[in-house]
Design a protein around this ligand. Structure first.
Ligand SMILES: C[S@@+](CC[C@H](N)C(=O)[O-])C[C@H]1O[C@@H](n2cnc3c(N)ncnc32)[C@H](O)[C@@H]1O
Length: 420
């Protein structure tokens, strides 16, 4: 009996088997059509985590793709996959394997740390067992955070018992596991310079994603079955409309914030319509997971002043503006005289000594109107950077029964008039 013609999938699988054999492929194992597997680790245990959401049409970036296993898996699920791999031979093999599987993925031979992505962005970023091979691992994580629109999955090396038993780690390193620690390896030979360069504890990752940034939901960290590694899943927050109520201490933020939160008619005056509006006031961000219709943030205009963040764009709280589709800014600007009176009455009698000291200092600075004017100026410059995303930029003045709302573009004239 004549052999039945092979389907194109069989043919591709056959050639993949030949290719794997010929090139002695290792590390990532691929399943062949006959159920056999090529040599290497079975990396498919990560599929459930990585591919939990629909990937159709999503841009997936696989950093350190090696033979392209996750590029193949992403492309199979309808994603537009891009793999980066500095090793030329691996990059060539990844491109060939993808082609042999009849799939389309872009494989870039390059180094994630130095590659300029221009305007490119990605929905899903994978960085699996790669971070500890980088020179600037924290910089790389922050680069991923900036490039990502939806999710980041990182499988990373943490100090663990396995390394203790094999003598790779000291007991001290393992004991530090409960602290936010980033450890540097101590390579003995130059060619091992990038072998286990960095180790992160889970807490260190939480600091990077949830303290030094507000753009991500609380991290999910689980144990990977692979070499005692940890597996981190970070989801970028999605806010349809964000309102920022901003002003210096005692400008009336809390009052306006409360009214906006509780009163739909008040919200409507600023174009904050429909949906559920959540309030963000204080250290913690109490937002549900997934897309949020509306959120109102209470923000102190002088928050960066004399603090390590220094500027508005370095303040993690302002990441919320970066993840919102639309932003409305409501800046409170009471007359300087009123602000000073309120500050003396409300703040300087408080029990918190540290805060009292700070407010006393700020009150002194108010003697020069140029001080506060400069902070308002920096704020409006900062908000201008959000371009079309800012759908409303208002200055709000409330004093006694009078209430004035003027466009932000007119803030300087208003400030000068009110500071005489
Ligand atoms: C241990 S392998 C992990 C392969 C794959 N991500 C996986 O989990 O199956 C590490 C890979 O990261 C690559 N790599 C190391 N430094 C890199 C960098 N700066 N940018 C991109 N890839 C890098 C290495 O060449 C290697 O292919």
């Amino acid at each position: 009996m004549a052999d039945s013609p092979k389907s194109s999938t069989d043919a591709a699988a056959d050639s993949l088997a030949e290719f794997a054999d010929r090139e002695a492929l290792k590390y990532q194992s691929f399943e062949l059509a006959d159920g056999q597997k090529t040599e290497g680790h079975d990396r498919s245990y990560l599929n459930d985590v990585i591919f939990s959401d629909d990937l159709t049409g999503k841009r997936v970036l696989d950093i350190g793709c090696f033979l392209g296993f996750f590029c193949v898996e992403s492309a199979r699920r309808g994603a537009l996959a891009t793999g980066i791999e500095p090793d030329r031979e691996c990059a060539r093999q990844a491109a060939e394997i993808t082609r042999l599987q009849g799939l389309d993925a872009e494989i870039i031979c390059g180094d994630f740390e130095t590659l300029d992505f221009g305007e490119d962005r990605f929905d899903v970023i994978l960085c699996l067992n790669v971070l500890h091979h980088m020179y600037d691992a924290i910089g790389a994580v922050r680069k991923m955070m900036a490039l990502c629109d939806e999710r980041i999955v990182i499988e990373f090396a943490a100090p663990n018992m396995r390394d203790l038993i094999t003598g790779r780690q000291s007991p001290l390193a393992v004991a530090l596991n409960t602290l936010p620690v980033v450890m540097l390896g101590s390579p003995k030979r130059g060619y091992d310079a990038l072998s286990r360069t960095h180790m992160f504890t889970g807490k260190a990752m939480r600091v990077l994603f949830n303290s030094m940034s507000n753009a991500f939901e609380p991290l999910e960290i689980t144990r990977s079955p692979f070499k005692g590694r940890l597996l981190l899943h970070a989801r970028k927050r999605k806010i349809s409309h964000l309102a920022v109520v901003v002003g210096p201490t005692s400008s009336g933020k809390s009052t306006l914030f409360g009214k906006l939160k509780d009163d739909p008619a008040m919200r409507a005056r600023f174009g904050l319509n429909g949906g559920t509006w959540h309030g963000i006031h204080g250290h913690d961000i109490d937002l549900p997971g997934g897309r949020v219709d509306g959120a109102i943030v209470h923000y102190d205009l002088l928050r960066p002043y004399r603090r390590s963040i220094r500027t508005f764009d370095r303040d993690p709280r302002n990441d919320l503006m970066a993840v919102a589709d639309k932003v409305t800014v409501i800046t409170l600007m009471p007359p300087l005289k009123v602000l000073k009176e309120r500050l003396i009455k409300n703040e300087l009698s408080g029990f918190n000594l540290k805060s009292r000291k700070r407010q006393k200092h700020i009150l002194k600075r108010y003697e020069d109107p140029g001080f506060l004017k400069s902070w308002y100026g920096q704020w409006f410059e900062f908000t201008d950077g959000f371009g079309d995303r800012i759908v409303g930029n208002h200055v709000y003045v409330s004093h006694g029964d009078t209430e004035t709302i003027v466009p932000a573009a007119d803030w300087q004239a208003l400030f000068d008039r009110q500071s005489v």
